[in-house]
Design a protein around this ligand. Structure first.
Ligand code: OAD
Length: 240
């Protein structure tokens, strides 16, 4: 395998499936039988903030218990042992399993479950404790303006300037466990490929934007990713 200098890894709910977390589009998906329009839109939050807070407080408890699986740990190994490469992770996941596994350079473009943002002053707090309509912002002291730092449908993704640069610069783009149906993340592969990156997809099945991938690696990421990382690390050892 050739040597890569800038590796961008896009992850979705599928990488956390083997940690026991349901994906979004599975039958008993992560919305826990709630309607997206009741818990994941800014209109829903304006209409009934307490209901939305309760949903994310419950989800937070579930996600806090989860442990990283071999796929997350394979990324840690890649970051530690694939020498001299700049390796970033752009995740659509709001869980914190990448961090728990020791991954670094993680960009949560859809937000993260253990954060809340003040709609009055923009201050972000990090906590696994409940946040609700009574919570006071520690920065501006205004009560009732904290929102889960989750990107709702209709809101901008986070860190997009950074991600645009990473997409332009990467020479290897790995997509792991994402269905590729939610934009703009679904189009990241197209941008990376347009700028010359090799593009590999790890999934159980063919996804709808499969056209942009150079290689498909089918199977559970907890098995396929450690094997792939092994292959990559061995290839640079052999080249040395
Ligand atoms: P999805 O539920 O849409 O897709 C999960 C993908 O992971 C599917 O393509 C599965 O085939 C694959 N998969 C499942 N188990 C796997 C495993 N063990 N190994 C490899 N692949 C596996 O989840 P996302 O693509 O992450 O947005 O969904 C994107 C966004 O849709 C989410 O971030 C969320 C949701 O609306 C927001 O919350 C803003």
């Amino acid at each position: 395998m050739e040597k890569f200098n800038n590796i961008l890894i896009l992850t979705g709910a599928g990488i956390s499936a083997e940690s026991g977390l349901a994906t979004f589009r599975a039958a008993n998906g992560l919305w826990n039988n709630h309607k997206v329009e009741d818990v994941a839109t800014i209109e829903a939050f304006q209409r009934n903030p307490q209901y939305v807070h309760e949903f994310y407080n419950d989800l937070k408890k579930e996600l806090q218990k989860a442990k990283p699986n071999p796929a997350h740990l394979a990324i840690t190994r890649l970051q530690n042992e694939y020498k001299d490469a700049n390796i970033n992770i752009v995740t659509q996941n709001v869980d914190t399993l990448h961090e728990k596994a020791g991954n670094h350079n993680v960009w949560h473009v859809h937000g993260q479950i253990n954060q809340a943002v003040c709609l009055n002053c923009g201050h972000i707090i990090e906590t696994f404790a409940d946040v609700d309509t009574e919570t006071i912002c520690p920065n501006c002291q205004v009560q009732g303006m904290m929102k889960p730092n989750i990107v709702f449908f209709g809101e901008n993704l986070l860190y997009m300037d950074k991600v645009d640069n990473l997409l332009r610069d990467c020479d290897l783009f790995l997509s792991i466990g994402t269905s590729g149906v939610v934009f703009p993340a679904a189009a990241f592969v197209q941008t990376a490929k347009y700028h010359g990156a090799k593009t590999f997809e790890f999934n159980l099945e063919m996804t709808s934007n499969n056209y942009y991938f150079d290689r498909h690696i089918f199977g559970p990421a907890g098995t396929t990713l450690p094997a792939f990382v092994d292959e990559m690390i061995n290839s640079i050892k052999t080249a040395d």
